[in-house]
Design a protein around this ligand. Structure first.
Ligand code: GLU
Length: 308
């Protein structure tokens, strides 16, 4: 297997650049409409301590759905696998768009933790006496998993998210009505909106993916941040459900566990090898970074790391 090099990363970035004009930034959240779609960055962190970055790898963007990975990790820590997956959320891909409501009426339990309904149910399961305590716990854990204390809220994105989040409200109230969500719906939604609006960089999400690929231990500090089995569960879900209703196509093209967000980020965890973070805000029709996918596809080919 060829080892990753800085040149490889620069080449992947150059390859990805040809794709930025094939997508557009998310239009349904006003804040995201105005992000420069030509931004592009990639960052790699390996389990043996090497770090590479190219392009806009230090440019902050909103984490959006990649936060669902952190929420799931914390809820697993708080409640365990049995509580979460027997009662709150499933483990199956849907093939539906990320914010779909259609199956909630027939199946009650959201299909998986990476669709919006599932993530809201997961946020509801995080321990805390209030919404702000839950969010503070989540933020602290976020920073440790990303190896950065700089992660903080983008206030403008949060307000924008809150203002236009009626579909998420509909999902949350539906979950509440069917007793799939405990506690105060408004508080749970607020934690959800806040976690989606956290500012991260490609380097930060590469670190998050690195911890997942290193079976829950941060190789930079030697600290265990999640149980190995939880990291395995999360990687499995990233592979089957991480790119919304494009997860199957992505598994064929790229072939390693990844999670995208409509802010343009994708975090990829290559078990026992490395974490990769890409950022390119121009999205395809299903809400995934067009150039980000191109970069990951390029890297998976040159490094010969596809799982299948
Ligand atoms: N904040 C976004 C929403 O809830 C996150 C969606 C995403 O990144 O897929 O609609």
């Amino acid at each position: 297997m060829p080892e990753i090099t800085q040149t490889m990363l620069e080449d992947a970035l150059a390859y990805g650049r040809a794709f930025t004009d094939q997508g557009r930034t998310a239009q349904y959240i006003p804040y995201l409409r105005h992000v420069d779609r030509d931004l592009l960055g990639v960052s790699v962190r390996t389990v043996d301590g090497r770090r590479f970055s190219a392009g806009d790898s230090k440019t902050p963007f909103t984490v959006q759905s990649i936060a669902k990975v952190v929420a799931l990790a914390l809820a697993l820590r708080d409640r365990g696998e049995k509580y979460l997956f027997s009662g709150r959320v499933g483990l199956e891909p849907t093939g539906d768009p990320f914010n779909s409501i259609i199956r909630l009426e027939t199946d009650r339990k959201p299909y998986n933790p990476f669709i919006n309904a599932g993530a809201i149910a997961v946020v509801g399961a995080i321990k805390g006496r209030s919404g702000s305590e839950k969010f503070e716990r989540l933020l602290r854990y976020f920073r440790r998993l990303c190896g950065s204390d700089a992660i903080s809220l983008c206030g403008e994105a949060y307000l924008s998210e809150r203002e236009t989040g009626d579909k998420n409200r509909a999902l949350a109230y539906h979950l509440k009505a069917t007793r799939m969500l405990e506690g105060d719906v408004g508080e749970t939604l607020d934690v959800y909106f806040r976690m989606c609006s956290l500012y991260v960089t490609a380097e930060d999400i590469a670190h998050l993916a690195l911890v997942l690929s290193n079976r829950g231990v941060d190789p930079a500090t030697g600290e265990r941040l999640m149980e190995a089995d939880h990291a395995r569960i999360i990687r499995s879900l990233m592979l089957t459900c991480g790119l919304y209703d494009e997860s199957g196509e992505f598994a064929v093209k790229v072939g390693y566990p990844s999670k995208s967000g409509v802010g343009g980020g994708i975090a990829s965890a290559l078990v026992d090898r490395m974490g990769i973070g890409v950022f390119g805000p121009a999205l395809d029709a299903r809400g995934n970074s067009v150039a980000g996918i191109a970069i990951l596809e390029y890297l998976s080919k040159v490094m010969d790391v596809r799982m299948f």
